[in-house]
Write a protein that binds this ligand. Structure first.
Ligand code: GDR
Length: 323
């Protein structure tokens, strides 16, 4: 019998890569899918796995639908990737973010506890929880100080996961992932916004790129590498919390330079700073220390930022040329 997994957030970047990984490993992959007006399956199509994923209707804020999804899928591994995940939007819709990114973690944990408390559970936590607290490198013992309604909501989800582990002995793990990108990233996030603009500017379809705070530093890795860490966490005898990062920080400005350099353009000729894109509170610098993941999971990032940006620029050049 193949092992069965349920992924919430199956239509997102990480959901698509994780589904691909689990399918390769022989899992029966179920994906929770909320009904939305627009086409949300393009990522699964791009990876060529749309026919292989079993979609289950359900919504993270509807506990009854989560219970049904767990019963129907008979999932032994549950990966909770669903969220309102765009930090900037969380200031515009803080309550929705709290519901979807925070409270719904309690919903899914409760559903797992009721349907199959022996199922293994993964919570998608984030470096946004460190926020201001980070000086130097952040690891599993760094104190949290989130800077956005998104970060605050994720912190609730993180502690809820830890609490269900401690209260009920559930195999619940929290992956504290630093920024991770890919050609499947949404265009609202800065790396993809940049690589999409680079392709458009190169192909004469756009002139300028408007960005906010380009002095912010982030620890960027490749989503395809990071989903392996998620899977590894659920294969351990004991559950736990793990920082997943590269340990290298690059500013938005330098990432921009990398992307423009790739097509032989000078970013300074196109970059326009737009103060409207500044956030009400910013995280200036993040740098993770993935030593625990390396030691316990045997995980290490394989893709450099240069390779990642090259991959994204190539993909966007092809997409923009096809339009
Ligand atoms: P982040 O990612 O907020 O770190 O969260 P994002 O790519 O949105 O921002 C990174 C940094 O770039 C600065 N920035 C801009 N960002 C966007 N999106 N658009 C701009 O025009 C722009 N100009 C400058 C931002 O201010 C910020 O400092 C991501 C998300 O995927 C979260 O869901 C996840 O939890 C964390 O990464 C880890």
């Amino acid at each position: 019998m193949p092992r069965s997994a349920l992924i919430t957030g199956i239509t997102g970047q990480d959901g698509a890569y994780l589904a691909q990984l689990l399918l390769k490993k022989g899992y029966e992959v179920h994906g929770l899918m909320a009904r939305r007006g627009s086409d949300t399956l393009w990522r699964l199509r791009e990876l060529g796995i749309e026919p292989d994923v079993r979609l289950v209707n359900g919504d993270m804020i509807d506990l009854s639908s989560l219970i049904r999804a767990l019963e129907r899928s008979a999932a032994e591994e549950v990966y909770n990737l669903a969220a309102q995940s765009f930090v900037a939007t969380s200031w515009e819709q803080p309550l929705l973010t709290a519901q979807i990114t925070g409270m719904s973690v309690a919903n899914i944990l409760e559903a797992v506890r009721q349907v199959n408390p022996r199922a293994r559970f993964y919570q998608a936590s984030t470096s946004e929880m460190f926020g201001l607290a980070g000086t130097g490198r952040q690891d599993e013992n760094t104190p949290f100080h989130p800077r956005s309604p998104y970060g605050v909501s994720k912190l609730f989800g993180h502690w809820a996961t830890v609490n269900y582990r401690e209260s009920f002995g559930m195999h619940a793990s929290s992956g504290i992932l630093f920024n991770h990108e890919s050609p499947l990233r949404g265009r609202e996030f800065v790396t993809r916004k940049v690589t999409d603009a680079v392709a458009r500017i190169k192909l004469g379809k756009q002139k300028a790129l408007r960005l906010g705070n380009v002095d912010a530093g982030r620890d960027w890795g490749y989503a395809g590498d990071y989903v392996e860490a998620m899977w590894l966490m659920l294969q351990q005898t004991e559950p736990g919390d793990y920082v997943v990062a590269t340990g290298r920080t690059t500013t938005v400005r330098d990432m921009c330079k990398l992307a423009f350099d790739r097509v032989g353009l000078n970013y300074e000729d196109h970059l326009v700073i737009d103060p409207n894109l500044y956030r009400p509170a910013e995280i200036d610098m993040l740098r993770g220390d993935p030593s625990k993941a390396k030691a316990k999971l045997g995980w290490a990032p394989r893709t450099s930022l240069e390779e990642l940006i090259a991959m994204m620029v190539e993909a966007d050049l092809k997409r923009v040329a096809r339009e």
